[in-house]
Design a binder for this molecule. Structure first.
Ligand code: ADP
Length: 417
């Protein structure tokens, strides 16, 4: 091996910088970087050491594969090593004769069965933070390190800095994803337990209060009405819980039959008559003459549609308008629930189908709900091979649309209006 000339050095550095932009894996990139580093500085081997979180020692992040086993668990002390000196001073360090330098950490040679004769180390710095060091070892023919060697080493150290920074970001985001998955599992378990434990007592409250409403003295009926209405509301929440839980556990099944979606839409409209009337909202449907025959689980489609209409009712102020429109398309039927209510801010729109997502926080919230209605609607529609999406302008209103295949054999429709 001979020293590369300046053109070879420039070409080598360019190749490494291009590889950094293209590398899918930073571990592979760092391994290529140490090979290039040894070549461009005319040395036998090179390695990357990362400063540990405690800031007291370094560990090897990239070494030639034949030393990997010997060195991957080795800790290199910050105070008694040449790499540590580069990290501490923030400057390149050149050691022409390692045997004569008391700062050289001999543990590396012992572990790897190697003899370090000369070495140079450059700090790896990312935005003022020293992340580690790049070392190049044993200059060929025991020649002295040149200025060009140290320049190449420093340039490669700056590429290594970007790679280590990216590696750390990936590690951090993996931790966050793990934590999110853990929380998601806890949420799911909570849903399962809550829906199971609440169902029986709630059934009893509802049964007895409905009975009492009929037999009670007329002057107490309004109070009883409130009890029944709120027990019904609780029942809806528990049903949403168990719908979500069944889907999660793969226990949700479709009871398919051919039914008229037009009829189902009319039934949903009728079920909201009292609520819309009381709130001063107009609720219209536009379904045309076609009965819109669909093969699917009528109950689940009705739940999805009711949840959309419930939201339209909740988030539209008195005097507002709600329209349920349905039209046949080749192989599908398209249903939209359109309101001229408060709308949804653009930043929240991509998240509203997530479980427990609500635009307002629980603390500032004026409206009820658990942030489950839309996620339930989404799973109900997607179980049928359909798609659901929302368009909305804050302050103007919202349009929730789903498309549903007419029969199970249809390919999934594309996500567009
Ligand atoms: P919730 O049961 O709390 O309403 P959903 O999952 O049904 O939960 O809806 C999630 C959030 O999306 C709601 O809290 C609300 O902020 C927003 N949202 C849903 N539908 C509408 C709508 N038609 N108009 C305005 N905001 C809506």
């Amino acid at each position: 091996m001979t020293d590369p000339d300046s053109t070879q050095r420039m070409e080598g550095l360019l190749a490494v910088s291009r590889a950094l932009a293209a590398a899918p894996d930073m571990g592979v990139f760092l391994n290529n970087l140490i090979t290039a580093c040894a070549e461009l500085t005319g040395c036998e081997i090179a390695s990357v050491l990362e400063l540990e979180e405690d800031g007291k020692q370094l560990r090897f992040l990239a070494v030639p594969w034949f030393y990997l086993e010997a060195l991957q668990t080795l800790k290199v002390p910050l105070k008694e090593s040449i790499a540590g000196r580069a990290v501490r001073t923030g400057k390149p360090v050149v050691v022409p004769d390692a045997a004569a330098d008391p700062g050289h950490f001999r543990g590396i040679d012992q572990a790897a069965g190697f003899t370090t004769r000369s070495l140079a180390a450059a700090p790896i710095v990312y935005q003022d933070e020293v992340l580690g060091a790049l070392e190049t070892v044993n200059k060929v023919a025991d020649a002295p390190f040149t200025e060009q060697d140290i320049e190449a080493l420093a340039a490669l150290a700056s590429y290594a800095a970007v790679a280590i920074h990216i590696t750390r970001l990936v590690r951090k985001s993996e931790k966050v994803v793990d934590e999110m998955n853990r929380l998601d599992r806890m949420k799911s378990e909570f849903i399962a337990i809550a829906s199971h434990e609440l169902r029986t007592p709630l059934g009893l409250i509802l049964g007895h209060s409905t009975f009492l409403r009929e037999v009670i003295q007329p002057e107490h009926r309004p109070e009883m009405e409130i009890v029944v209405r709120n027990a019904m509301r609780l029942k809806e929440i528990v049903e949403n819980f168990s719908n979500i839980d069944n889907v999660r556990r793969g226990m949700a099944t479709l009871r398919r039959r051919v039914f008229s979606l037009k009829r189902a839409i009319e039934e949903v409209r009728d079920s909201f008559y009292q609520e819309t009337h009381k709130k001063g909202l107009s609720l219209r449907i536009e379904t045309g003459e076609d009965p819109l025959m669909v093969e699917g689980d009528a109950d689940k489609i009705a739940i999805a549609l009711s949840n959309l209409v419930q939201n339209a009712v909740t988030f539209t102020n008195a005097g507002g308008h709600i329209l349920i429109a349905a039209e046949p398309m080749p192989g599908y039927v398209k249903v939209s629930v359109i309101d001229d209510g408060i709308g949804i801010p653009l930043k929240d729109l991509p998240h509203i189908f997530e479980r427990f997502y609500q635009v307002e926080t629980h603390l500032t919230r004026k409206h009820g709900g658990m942030g489950l209605g839309l996620s339930v609607a989404k799973v109900m529609i997607e179980m049928h091979g359909g798609r659901i999406w929302a368009e909305s302008v804050e302050g103007k209103g919202s349009n929730f649309t789903f498309i549903l295949p007419l029969s199970p054999g249809e390919p999934p429709p594309a996500l567009s209006s």
